[in-house]
Design a protein around this ligand. Structure first.
Ligand SMILES: Nc1ncnc2c1ncn2[C@@H]1O[C@H](COP(=O)(O)OP(=O)(O)O)[C@@H](O)[C@H]1O
Ligand SMILES: O=P(O)(O)OC[C@H](O)CO
Length: 497
């Protein structure tokens, strides 16, 4: 029999991918399809869940055909988190557009909940803060505003879930209505310490607990996926950022990864008890295996690669994302330009959903290369904000393990090292999210005894970027960044007055 493969479905914000991994961590076949982004109103971001499903099946079947479906031993699913899908239990068809994690339409609901003093309780129970980023207010909004969703709820036909839950439902032919602990932890409704839905949060946020799926582990017997006429056991499932932390081998408490895709997300392993952030980071689930939770401290940055896409699609400054590398290197600095890409509000550690972006410090000499460089530099600047908060919460890594679509850019990786003053370690396979889902699925299927064993067999380091800046240079850069963020915040204050 040929070598077994692990099929991974990685449903990201901007594209859906499938890959077949070998047990030594190679990608034997892969397929991807872009996902349409809809911005129907300012601050709104939607996906078509029918397109998500069609792309998922097409990518999975293409990969199965390439390696031979009979060689696939098991499947793992990983996904953009917090995004909410509404579908009909009878047909599996979507009832409304999916409301994406970047969507800000529930800012007012969150502001009202904060004003009523509900944030400390929310943080104590769920580890999260009151921000439209998370799923619950999106569900409550849809139940109030979308007739299709309300009617289906009244008739007992409504299924609501995060993207993992929707895909597991459809892949199983409607047999499985379950989510996993890492995705459930992003809803604002899950009690972090005992991994159950919290009746109080459900009541306050207006989400009937009866609508919610069961919560399970991230590895084990999780259901089946009908692909290319075969029922493949699904043995791994986790949100994409937690999967990336597993794929980077962040198993020791305090080890940190940063994934640069549409957004950028830093996760520190926090061990076996929920961490408590005093500095506006999230306390969340890493993964849960055999009923045993591993917790994480997270800093979520809402705009990373999407700023590069904006330079390409809205400004036409570049023809492709890859061009940013040579352009940034073509100038000695950004010429004083500072780019704060707060298109979807500011995430950690600010949590200001109504903030909007700024490009400051422009002069007549500012050119295309300076703007591009300022855009890439904002990755290091935003990451430094999160690492500063992590340090204040007691986590100071000497190495940050990076991955995601942006880190193929060497200039960016070096700039991260220079901005942060830490080593930046890049693995051979930068699709670490998919690698982590493959590791979880392999452990769930019994192909490896532990995630550590899977990492030893599957993950290899490509390159380490070392800082080339002095502490004073980094401090100057931080001061300039703080001034630019202050401009964003001043804009916010004047918009309110
Ligand atoms: N060479 C590059 N330099 C900078 N950014 C890049 C480069 N290549 C891709 N990107 C950006 O990376 C993002 C894609 O990363 P990916 O991990 O696939 O995202 P996601 O999983 O969120 O859909 C895009 O936003 C793109 O603009
Ligand atoms: O699609 P990505 O890779 O930017 O990840 C999205 C995150 O899961 C949102 O929390």
């Amino acid at each position: 029999m040929s070598d077994p493969h692990i099929l991974v479905i990685d449903e990201g914000t901007t594209s859906t991918r499938a890959a077949a991994f070998t047990l030594d961590g190679r990608i034997a076949a892969e397929a991807s399809k872009p996902l349409t982004q809809s911005y129907p109103k300012p601050g709104w971001v939607e996906h078509d869940a029918a397109e998500i499903w069609a792309n998922t099946i097409a990518c999975a079947e293409a990969v199965a055909a390439a390696v031979g479906v009979e060689t696939i031993a098991c499947a793992g699913i990983t996904n953009q988190r917090e995004t909410v899908v509404f579908w009909d239990s009878e047909t599996g068809e979507p009832l409304a557009p999916a409301i994406v994690w970047q969507d800000r339409r529930t800012s007012d609901i969150c502001a009202a909940l904060k004003a009523s003093g509900h944030e400390p309780e929310t943080q104590a129970v769920t580890g999260l803060l009151l921000d439209p980023y998370f799923s619950a207010t999106k569900i409550a909004w849809a139940l109030e505003h979308l007739a299709e969703v309300r009617t289906a709820a009244g008739q007992g036909r409504l299924r609501v879930g995060t993207v993992d839950c929707y895909l597991r439902y459809r892949l199983s032919g409607g047999q499985v209505f379950k989510t996993d602990a890492s995705n459930a932890a992003r809803t604002l409704l899950m009690r972090l310490h005992d991994v159950t839905w919290d009746a109080g949060q459900c009541a306050v946020l207006g989400v009937p607990e009866t609508l919610l799926p069961a919560i399970g582990d991230c590895a084990g017997t999780l259901g089946t996926a009908k692909i290319a006429g075969r029922r493949i056991p699904v043995t791994g499932a986790a949100g994409d950022q937690q999967a990336a932390a597993a794929g980077q081998g962040c198993f020791a408490p305090g080890s940190v990864k940063a994934t640069y895709g549409t957004g950028a997300f830093l996760i520190a392993n926090a061990g076996k008890t929920p961490p408590k952030s005093e500095h506006r980071l999230l306390s969340t689930m890493g993964w849960r295996l055999g009923g045993q939770a591993t917790y994480a401290l997270e800093g979520s940055i809402f705009v990373a690669g999407s700023a590069v896409q904006w330079l390409r699609d809205q400004l036409g400054l570049i023809g492709s994302a890859g061009e940013t590398e040579a352009l940034a290197a073509s100038v000695p600095d950004s010429g004083g330009a500072m780019f704060v890409p707060a298109f979807a509000g500011l995430g950690a550690p600010y949590w200001q959903p109504e903030a909007r972006g700024v490009i400051a410090g422009l002069s007549g000499g500012t050119g295309r290369a300076h703007i591009v460089r300022a855009c890439l530099e904002s990755m290091g600047n935003q990451t430094a904000d999160v690492l500063t908060a992590m340090a204040a919460d007691g986590v100071s890594p000497g190495v940050v393990k990076v991955d995601g679509g942006m880190v193929k850019n060497d200039w960016l990786c070096q700039d991260l090292a220079d901005a942060l003053g830490v080593e930046i370690e890049r693995p051979e396979i930068i699709e670490t999210t998919a690698m982590g889902a493959a590791m979880l699925a392999a452990v769930g299927a019994g192909l490896f005894g532990s995630l550590e064993d899977a990492e030893a067999a599957m993950r290899r380091v490509d390159r380490t970027f070392r800082p080339r800046t002095s502490g004073d240079e980094r401090e100057d850069r931080r001061a300039n960044w703080r001034r630019a963020v202050a401009q964003v915040q001043a804009g916010l204050a004047s918009a309110r007055s």
